[in-house]
Write a protein that binds this ligand. Structure first.
Ligand code: BGC
Ligand code: CA
Length: 287
């Protein structure tokens, strides 16, 4: 993506759009609106969106389940989710010692373990009650392990076959761990990329490309930054929007996985609404 074209896919007006996941089987994009408890499924071929609402909690992350249906990390619980009936089965509740905390970002590792993390209640964007979050892993056998704690805002996750990259946003870093694909164990944490909050924003969700570079959505600056996590070098700055500044996460999608979807959150009430307010929209970048 050397010269990048960014287009608005649809203005969902998400309060907190998050967690895009390209569902290869159906060629649709799953993502959530955390604060509105909404799971959206965007079909680029039909330009239709299917939306289901998770009752009784916010929704932090959604992924397809191998045996059918979806898995969610919602509020405090890991659960299954049936998009057609709204039926849900809770597997495990976590972080109950912090009642106002909630699940935030999550993703599956290369063998299908579902990793998702929590964060404290926010008084303002990117200002949570401190150190109330943890990163959890729901394993294939349904056991849940706590992997990283305490964290402030559990956010982006990406993997290679032997490294896990993780972002606890308020650290302003991407951290790397040695990752054992057979056990899901992580060790040897090191900070590999550092961001400047004033100039670049707060690092949020990220994804990895086939060259091993990370594409990091930057909250507050409406952009995605491509970084090489092996050197820490910033390789490319992709402006997504001058209006939707709270860009929250990215994933590759499309038939050839060469398009990049970017979610965003509403700027209101922190910014005066503008006439063409597209904060909270879904965007697509292509080369
Ligand atoms: C969270 C927001 C938070 C932001 C900060 C997002 O992943 O959902 O609540 O303000 O990260 O970067
Ligand atoms: Ca995120």
């Amino acid at each position: 993506m050397s010269s990048v074209k960014v287009e608005l896919v649809h203005n969902y007006d998400c309060q907190l759009g998050e967690g895009p996941h390209w569902d290869d089987q159906t060629q649709t994009l799953l993502f959530v609106d955390i604060d509105n408890s909404a799971i959206h499924r965007w079909n680029p071929a039909t330009k239709q969106t299917k939306t289901t609402i998770v009752k009784d909690s916010s929704i932090g992350a959604v992924v397809p389940r191998k045996s059918g249906g979806l898995m969610i990390a919602a509020g405090h619980r890991f659960a299954s989710w049936n998009e057609n009936t709204g039926e849900s089965e809770t597997f495990k509740e976590v972080n109950l010692e912090f009642p106002t905390s909630r699940f935030n970002d999550g993703k599956c590792d290369p063998v299908g373990r579902f990793w998702a993390g929590t964060m404290g209640r926010e008084s303002a964007a990117a200002s949570p009650d401190r150190l109330q979050g943890k990163l959890y892993c729901l394993d294939i056998d349904h056991s849940v392990r706590t992997k990283v704690y305490p964290v402030d805002i559990s956010n982006g996750l990406s993997w290679t076959s032997n490294v896990m990259y993780y972002c606890d946003s308020l650290k302003l870093t991407i951290d790397a761990y040695d990752y054992d694909v057979t056990t899901g164990d992580i060790k040897n944490m090191r900070e590999v990329v550092k961001f400047d909050r004033e100039k670049e924003g707060v690092p949020d969700g990220h994804c990895i490309d086939t060259d091993g570079n990370l594409w990091v959505a930057m909250f507050f600056t409406g952009q995605v930054i491509k970084v090489d996590p092996r050197t820490g070098e910033k390789l490319q700055y992709v402006k997504v929007s001058d209006i939707a500044l709270k860009t929250t996460s990215v994933c590759f999608g499309g038939p050839n996985l060469d398009e990049m979807y970017v979610t965003s959150a509403r700027n209101k009430p922190l910014m005066e609404p503008t006439e063409n307010d597209i904060s909270g929209a879904l965007f697509k970048a292509s080369g």
